[in-house]
Design a protein around this ligand. Structure first.
Ligand code: DQA
Length: 146
């Protein structure tokens, strides 16, 4: 089963971001972690990252057409992109919103997620483990269906 892990803006530069919040990891660490966990779970994981809202929306359209399950970290778009929310609402397969940090314990502008209302579920605050938990949830859901 093919699963996409889509990451939004600035997650490609985790090496430069606040390590006290995001951990001492690079995007490559995250990518390899997800691919490895996917293998353990029998999932063929493809990890994508873009700083462009347009590119992410086009990936979401493609995922909707192909019914691909997604673990999605929209990064800062989480908090204000209605365009991304509308694209997520079109998805046919399960989609888990993922965050490395716990946005609810941070600045007030991060307390709002405009995508939470249209995802299957949300996981945040566990660093890389957030991604593993999302992949586990997707694997369990996909398994139930087949
Ligand atoms: C994030 C949280 C967002 O508020 C932030 O803009 C990010 C990363 C997270 O994974 O914790 O870029 O989505």
């Amino acid at each position: 089963m093919n699963v996409w892990v889509i990451n939004g803006p600035n997650l490609g530069r985790l090496d430069l971001r606040d390590h006290s919040i995001y951990g001492d990891i690079t995007f490559n660490t995250l990518k390899e972690f997800c691919i490895g966990k996917g293998k353990e779970l029998g999932l063929d994981v493809e990890v994508k990252q873009s700083d462009s809202e347009t590119e992410i929306i086009h990936w979401l359209h493609e995922a909707a057409d192909k019914k691909i399950p997604i673990a999605f970290n929209p990064a800062a778009f989480t908090h204000y992109s209605y365009a991304i929310r509308d694209a997520v609402a079109m998805l046919k397969a399960p989609v888990i919103e993922v965050h490395l940090s716990n946005p609810l314990s941070r600045e007030e502008f991060r307390h709002v997620s405009v995508v939470s209302g249209v995802v299957t579920g949300t996981i945040g605050g566990f660093g890389l483990l957030s991604y593993e938990l999302a992949l586990r949830a997707l694997a369990a859901m996909v398994d139930k269906k087949s």
